[in-house]
Design a binder for this molecule. Structure first.
Ligand SMILES: Nc1ncnc2c1ncn2[C@@H]1O[C@H](COP(=O)(O)OP(=O)(O)OP(=O)(O)O)[C@@H](O)[C@H]1O
Ligand SMILES: [Mg+2]
Length: 255
């Protein structure tokens, strides 16, 4: 569980996050949606402790981040997994090397323990034959799977994903979304995902925060988002012609 209270973040004159309060539950896929530039990545980086907010609080299982000692912050950071926009794999390392990296950096596990864990997570994301391939030798969808495997290799309590399915075809994008949701449930992780993909909203939007110009404009579930009358949300949701037609049909049916 992550609780956020009145979060503000600025860069010089630019006030990017303007008093965001919300909470993200365990075992749920929480989505942050909003137009490009609305503050999604900045918000996620605050949750990761990479940006320090000027005002407000973030609490992880009740522990307020700003009140922790350096050691406690470091321990907490090791309970967080991150899938960056564009996968961000190390090009010069094999798939196996990429996934093993956090274990080598942060644990004192033996070679065989690390190998077992790497084999386990790669199998979990359905990558069986790719251990010795380099990122450039595998498809975009496979690269995302590697990034997810690397993010969960340390058994995180919190998983943050920035546009995990950008650049993928719609079918592969849904597979990746579903994989993240399955893993979230299986290991009871508090997962927060940035997205501007309506397919993700429909598939895995158990809780959705809609950001607009740095404000939390709306929050709710994927069941509620199609019923809201909030103009900013409906504009976002029905920005494609397809969704406009779906909305039209829904309204006609209701009347
Ligand atoms: N390190 C930084 N320094 C200064 N301004 C920043 C920094 N990072 C982000 N911003 C600004 O904060 C605003 C929000 O950016 P952010 O990257 O969070 O948007 P986003 O919602 O993730 O957009 P996208 O969907 O395109 O990824 C933008 O105006 C951006 O220019
Ligand atoms: Mg972003």
């Amino acid at each position: 569980m992550i609780e956020v209270e009145n979060l503000h973040k600025s860069f010089g004159e630019a006030h990017v996050l303007k008093g965001i309060s919300t909470s993200f539950e365990k075992g749920k896929t929480n989505l942050i949606i909003g137009q490009s530039g609305s503050g999604k990545t900045v918000f996620l980086k605050c949750l990761l402790g990479l940006f320090t907010p000027e005002e407000g609080k973030i609490a992880y299982e009740g522990q307020v981040y700003s009140e922790l000692s350096l050691d406690e912050k470091r321990d907490l950071r090791q309970e967080m997994g991150m899938v960056f926009q564009g996968s961000a794999l190390f090009d010069s390392m094999t798939v196996e090397g990429n996934v093993m990296f956090p274990l080598e950096m942060f644990t004192k596990q033996s070679r065989s323990e690390m190998q077992d864990r790497v084999d386990f997570v790669l199998k979990r994301v359905n990558l069986i034959d790719a251990h010795h391939k380099y990122p450039s030798e595998i498809s975009g969808g496979m690269q995302k799977r590697v990034a997810i495997a690397r993010a969960i290799v340390m058994n995180p309590k919190y998983l943050f994903c920035d546009e995990p399915n950008s650049g993928l075809d719609p079918k592969t994008a849904i597979l990746i979304d579903n994989l993240i949701q399955e893993i979230t449930k299986e290991y009871n992780i508090t997962t927060v995902i940035n997205s501007h993909d309506m397919n993700s909203v429909m598939e895995i939007g158990e809780k959705i925060i809609f950001l607009k110009d740095g404000f939390k404009e709306w929050e709710g579930s994927n069941k509620e988002i199609f019923k809201t009358d909030n103009a900013a949300v409906t504009n976002f949701v029905y920005s494609s012609e397809l969704f406009k037609k779906v909305r039209q049909m829904y309204l006609e049916e209701r009347n």
